[in-house]
Write a protein that binds this ligand. Structure first.
Ligand code: GLN
Length: 302
């Protein structure tokens, strides 16, 4: 039944005439063809279902903020919450305005400012190369797949045009909320955003957030709950309320058009379609998840 449903969702996504707009502020992402779609589901009993372009790697971008948070919580424990909040921001992912008013404490770990702080926490005194190695090992272990890499062209392309993120980092630094140099933190941040995965790999990597897989060896169940709560409330920036309303389970989007989502104790899911809506979330990806939740009844609310 799931297989047929995913095939229908894929077919219908391709018949829409609005694919949204690809992120153009990162030059390497601006050239991606928006007319692509993939969906992958891993159920807790170990089955997998895929449809569409599920073998095509894409830039996970802000989805990497979930892995950065998992590692930052491992490093600092609840001490992390002295440096970053747990409230939805109600603003764009790269907004600056709140940061000054709130004295350099980003609203949550899933907006850019918050992820720059979690990246700094994971870096600690390590070399960026080692931190990136650690993040890749975590993701590869979660996905049980060693063929997951960073696309350096994408990282350098963002680094060359990343003035907005530089301004966020310098502001955080001026408030005493970064321990490393801005260049070091942002170099690491741009590289983890530039990790590439297929929807099949991303759905598998999300199993550790799902419960019931025996994948809790990566992080404990309390941390899983914390991360899922944050994905539910903050995973889609100022579109988070609408995502909760339409989809009804936790998810994290990225400007590469990917969304990683979790139905606790039921399934982990990844969708990908590069065209974005006005909040920077995948247009067809979000619609596909809304449809999936409607037709399966998957929701954390009932
Ligand atoms: N929303 C996103 O995916 C943003 C990630 C991107 N690397 C940035 O920092 O702008």
């Amino acid at each position: 039944m799931l297989e047929a449903l995913l095939n229908t969702i894929d077919r219908d996504a391709r018949q829409q005439n609005d694919w949204g707009k690809v992120a153009s502020y990162i030059p390497e992402l601006a050239c991606v063809d928006p007319a692509q779609f993939a969906i992958s589901v891993c159920t807790v009993d170990g089955q997998e279902f895929h449809a569409g372009d599920y073998r095509t790697p894409f830039s996970i971008q802000s989805v990497s903020k979930v892995f950065a948070l998992a590692l930052a919580l491992g490093r600092l424990g609840d001490g992390l919450w002295e440096r970053v909040g747990r409230e939805p921001s109600g603003r764009a992912f790269n907004s600056i305005v709140q940061l000054e008013v709130e004295e350099g404490i980003p609203r949550n770990p899933f907006i850019n400012a918050g992820a720059i702080v979690t990246t700094d926490a994971v870096l600690g005194r390590q070399a960026p190369r080692d931190t990136l190695g650690e993040m890749l090992s975590f993701i590869r272990e979660a996905a049980e797949d060693t063929n997951i890499h960073i696309n350096r062209h994408v990282a350098h392309s963002e680094q060359a045009t990343g003035d907005r993120n530089y301004s966020l980092a310098y502001f955080l630094k001026s408030c005493g909320n970064l321990t490393n140099d801005c260049d070091r933190v942002l170099g690491t941040y741009f590289h983890h955003c530039a990790i590439e995965m297929t929807s099949a790999q991303l759905a598998r990597a999300a199993r550790f957030l799902c419960g019931g897989f025996g994948h809790q060896r990566l992080i404990g169940i309390e941390r899983v709950r914390s991360i899922n709560a944050l994905m539910m409330t903050c995973g889609h920036y100022d579109g988070s309320g609408d995502f909760a309303y339409r989809v009804g389970f936790p998810g994290k989007s990225g400007v590469g058009g990917g969304i990683m989502a979790v139905v606790p104790n039921v399934a982990s899911i990844a969708v990908w379609s590069p065209g974005l809506d006005r909040y920077g979330n995948s247009l067809q990806g979000t619609s596909a998840l809304a449809r999936l939740s409607r037709e399966t009844g998957w929701s954390v609310f009932t």
